[in-house]
Ligand binder design. Structure first.
Ligand code: PEP
Ligand code: MN
Length: 636
């Protein structure tokens, strides 16, 4: 997502370079010949941000760019902030004009930093490194001049220049990456403009420029990553430090009083993460900060934690809710829903059993180990319901009932706010602003279908609106496929779509006798449907499940593993065939090591079991590629 529309992001190099790729993440890339020129353009306001390489995985700090930044900070006293950092994969290739064989390469052209990242290659080929100011430029030079010259550059740049790739991925360490910083003029960052989507692509480093011995030791003690530069006679130790979030306060205190002649300049945002809102009128909902996490006992959502609230539309009797609480807990739901006050279109329909049913709901939740979620429809219901309910729901019809929002926001309970079926995303978020403004710390938003011309479904689940909301707010976002569909058969499909779109959770209505339910029977899933769906999402069954229940979940996982294993082996076969056809050796030690490391990491590290499984998977893949004789079956 680019910040502030089509803003210009300056970088050093030319199209096809890694800098250009990094800059494209943050705006319209504009090339400059040098780092100094890029920084000057930033300070002159010609570009919105400058994108500089800071640290490479193989080579460490990129001296050329950091030194230019250091000089800009000290000599020009410029006010620059490091707004964000992204890591860009650096797949360097060795490329040459058609006709030049690998053995005949005598000169390798590339940027100094890139040459330092492939010393093994230089040593192996016994070629002379020739520095150019940019990797993409090296590719064009080599094409133009011909002779025994090759370039180290991106695959993209090689193809653009009309070179052939002699060797892929020539970095000394693979995968190789470079961390780029997005720099802005300090004070010119993140204006609060409605619709401004200046969310950082990566976490902003708390970057510090320092000069002097005392500052460097204070930063090192605070756990900072030091990016040292050669320094100057006046500033014997200088460089940049990246301070981990949790140590910012310590580092700031330690570097607060530098010794005479030492300097410390903070280039990061204010120590706390909260930054100007994306929309001025709804600041608390749209301020840029880490995703909010709402946690009530086993129910934890937001910031990567996902959960499901399930239960009947209405609490009908103590027995009904107790049974359904057990059923949804066994399926894997982590919160129980059930209406005690029901907003019904007809005054003659069942209106809910009221406060008496709150006790039934609470007892059922306690017995199943689940927190409870129930709707309040009027300000007067807030206090009595908040006494016992864990989460208060505000339903679609009351999304813009501002007195109710204010009263609910004052209760100490988390609020589950449904989107009204006639409210825009902005109006929905404005309603959430009422809750936060009233002091509520924990708000969850839920899209439940809006009203459109389509009558085939009860509502239209607005996934686009959900994604828009995701880009604007830090609050957890749910979808309710039950009320959107109004029909049981459509609920799993909508649930999958919402899950795939990245919601933090789902609210799903469940009933074990839907035909006799007092409300919303036609849209209720049966408990076994819920089990199947949650297994699909990888949500673990509740701890009270039977062996059969857990086996059903295991079968789904095994099915997934088997499908992925078959896919993996087919890919190995294909890569094996390509290698054979091109005469390339099947085995590649570096590649094997990186695949092994990936398996080991995914399987939980260096335990003997994980290593054994990783070895087996590698063996099978090699066998499929044709690089290894089929393993002799061990034992029986
Ligand atoms: C409900 O959750 O039972 C309900 C009435 O939902 P909505 O407000 O979304 O219609
Ligand atoms: Mn309902």
């Amino acid at each position: 997502m680019t910040p502030r529309g089509a803003e210009l992001a300056g970088y050093q190099g030319q199209p096809g370079s890694f800098g250009a790729r990094a800059a494209a993440r943050w705006g319209k890339p504009v090339a400059f010949p040098t780092f100094e020129r890029t920084l000057r353009a930033l300070l002159a306001g010609e570009i919105a941000c400058a994108v500089l390489p800071a640290v490479n995985r193989v080579d460490g700090p990129i001296l050329e760019s950091l030194d230019a930044l250091a000089r800009s900070l000290t000599e020009l006293e410029s006010a620059i902030a490091v707004e964000a950092e992204i890591e860009v994969p650096v797949r360097l290739v060795l490329a040459a004009p058609p006709g030049l064989a690998l053995e005949s390469v005598r000169e390798i052209h590339s940027q100094a930093a890139a040459l330092r990242q492939c010393r093994h290659l230089l040593a192996r080929l016994d070629a002379i490194p020739i520095e150019t100011h940019d990797t993409a430029y090296a590719a064009f030079r080599v094409k133009e001049t011909g002779g025994p010259r090759a370039a180290v550059c991106s695959e993209e740049a090689a193809l653009e220049a009309g070179l052939l790739i002699l060797e892929e991925d020539v970095s000394d360490v693979r995968p190789n990456t470079t961390r780029f910083w997005r720099l802005a003029r300090a004070g010119a960052t993140a204006d609060a403009v409605p619709g401004n989507d200046a969310a950082p692509d990566g976490p902003a480093p708390r970057a510090v420029f320092y000069a002097g011995v005392r500052a460097s030791s204070a930063l090192a003690e605070a756990g900072a990553e030091l990016l040292s530069l050669p320094g100057t006679p006046g500033d014997p130790v200088r460089g940049f430090a990246v301070v981990p979030e949790k140590n910012v306060a310590r580092a700031a205190a330690g570097t607060g009083r530098p010794a005479a002649g030492e300097r410390v300049i903070w280039l990061g945002p204010a120590p706390e993460f909260v930054r100007p809102p994306r929309m001025r009128d709804i600041p608390k909902v749209t301020e840029v900060r880490e995703p909010s996490v709402v946690a009530v006992g086993p129910f934890v959502v937001g910031g990567g934690r996902r959960a499901v609230i399930a239960g009947p539309c209405a609490v009908e009797s103590p027995e009904q809710i107790a049974r359904l609480a057990r059923a949804v807990a066994r399926a894997g739901a982590t919160a129980l829903r059930g209406g005690i006050f029901k907003p019904r279109t007809s005054p003659y329909s069942f209106q809910g059993h009221g406060l008496e049913a709150l006790g039934w709901l609470k007892d059922a939740g306690d017995a199943a180990g689940l927190p409870i979620v129930t709707e309040v429809m009027a300000p007067a219901q807030v206090v009595p319901v908040a006494e016992r309910a864990d989460v208060l729901q505000i339903g679609a019809r009351n999304c813009q009932n501002y007195d109710l929002l204010k009263e609910a926001g004052r209760s100490s309970r988390p609020i589950f706010l449904k989107r009204g079926f006639g409210t825009t995303v902005e109006e929905w978020l404005s309603s959430a602003e009422y809750l936060l403004d009233a002091g509520c710390k924990n708000v969850i938003l839920c899209e439940r279908g809006i009203r459109t011309f389509e009558k085939a479904t009860r509502g239209t689940l607005d996934l686009g609106g959900l994604l828009v909301a995701r880009s604007l707010t830090h609050l957890p976002l749910f979808a309710d496929p039950s009320h959107a569909a109004g029909r049981r058969d459509l609920v799993p499909g909508l649930a999958r779509a919402a899950w795939g779109a990245g919601v933090d959770g789902l609210m799903i209505e469940v009933h074990d006798a839907p035909e006799s339910a007092l409300s919303d029977g036609p849209q209720a899933l049966l408990p076994e449907d819920l089990e199947e769906l949650l297994d699909e999402f990888g949500i673990l069954p509740g701890t009270s499940g039977s062996v059969e229940r857990i086996r059903r979940a295991i079968d789904v996982v095994d099915g997934g593993i088997a499908r992925l294993a078959a896919q993996r082996l087919e890919l190995a076969r294909r890569v094996g065939a390509i290698k054979k056809a091109s005469g390339r050796p099947i085995r590649d030690e570096a590649r094997e090591a990186s695949v092994r490391a990936r398996f080991a990491e995914a399987l939980g590290g260096d335990t003997p079991g994980a290593t054994r499984l990783a070895d087996t998977l590698i063996d099978l893949a090699l066998e499929a590629e044709g690089g290894k004789e089929p393993a002799i079956p061990r034992g029986s």
